[in-house]
Ligand binder design. Sequence first.
Ligand code: NAD
Ligand code: MG
Length: 381
Amino acid sequence: MKKISLLGATGSIGQQTLDVLKQHPDQFQLASMSFGSNIELGRKAIADFSPKLVAVNDFEAYTLLKQEFPQVTFTYGVEGLIEAATIPDAEIVVNAVVGSVGLLPTLKAIECKKTIALANKETLVTAGHLVTEHAKKYGVDLLPVDSEHSAIFQCLQGENVKSLERLIVTASGGSFRDKKREELAEVTVEEALNHPNWSMGAKITIDSATMMNKGLEVIEAHWLFDLPYEKIEVLLHKESIVHSMAEFHDRSVIAQLGSPDMKVPIQYALSYPERLPLQSTKQLNLWEIGELHFGKADFERYRCLQFAYDSGKIGGTMPTVLNAANEEAVGAFLKGHIKFLQIEDFIENSLSKHSVIPNPDLQIIQEVDIETRQFVQSLYS
Ligand code: NAD
Ligand code: MG
């Protein structure tokens, strides 16, 4: 029986993680969980899985649930998130919160020698060097949950990573993949949230529409697989069936395929190195799909992709700025404060005014994160 700590239990990945746990009650047990403010889903998860400890970010929800479930220990805020991530019972922490708020609990969980199943890509973008160094120091596995990285991780099983030539990260193109750049100026939040292949949280759905999601994933791949940016490529693939590929020196390319269903990579991270059945996921019948399409990534159409490669290559605090500016700009777009293309403009502005600090420690990362958010806010308020 593996005991799990789940951060972000009410989100898209969180709910699908609970679904995987439900399908294997003899394999997994929920030791602790956290969520932001969705009290209905939070309440249901507590009733269904009886975790020992629950961290809530919203004070009202925290007070209410504390009275409803006297047998459960409740904690609050970022401190609470850390407590949930470091609970002694759990051996795996699934980090499925959205944004750089996931960084501190990840570092603390690593210090407690927990295996990290990482969906929260912002953690690796904002401070990839700290997280990977920490994982090495404490001998902890960082297991990818993101479908592309899980695919690559699966392709690399039994291989010598020294014979890797290149990683090919596939991209669906998001909600506006059939629109020209000129058509993006007036798109609405509702249109942007309508992803053709995946049902996901709001922030990552907007990131998919700007292609920043793929940019963040390139940086995530750089840290997870320790490859230079020149060896990580993005390939447009609108069906989301080939989840990513690894090319080796001998020109052999290994791909991982499957129905687009996040429960597959979530479960693989939980069951690794074993595989468990997953009845709820549709079998892949390529004859039903008929054709798969591939295209070259266009860096002018998708400027965020270029920003991400550039920031990643510069390194230091630049990816921290990229991530914080993006989180803030996407938040502003979702609230209706700015237009879609202003997301790119605000990120570009933030990057161009930043003086890079090489090899930043945690405190510098946190300062740069806050400063960048304040700068972006000043651009529209
Ligand atoms: P979501 O918005 O659906 O859920 C986010 C969760 O985090 C919620 O439970 C929310 O309550 C919690 N949360 C948000 N802010 C918090 C805070 N300040 N303190 C504590 N908890 C907080 O997001 P999601 O789509 O599930 O994505 C989660 C992460 O996984 C993101 O980093 C995303 O990029 C990554 N990811 C998601 C998918 C997907 O299919 N949804 C796929 C790959 C990677
Ligand atoms: Mg992904």
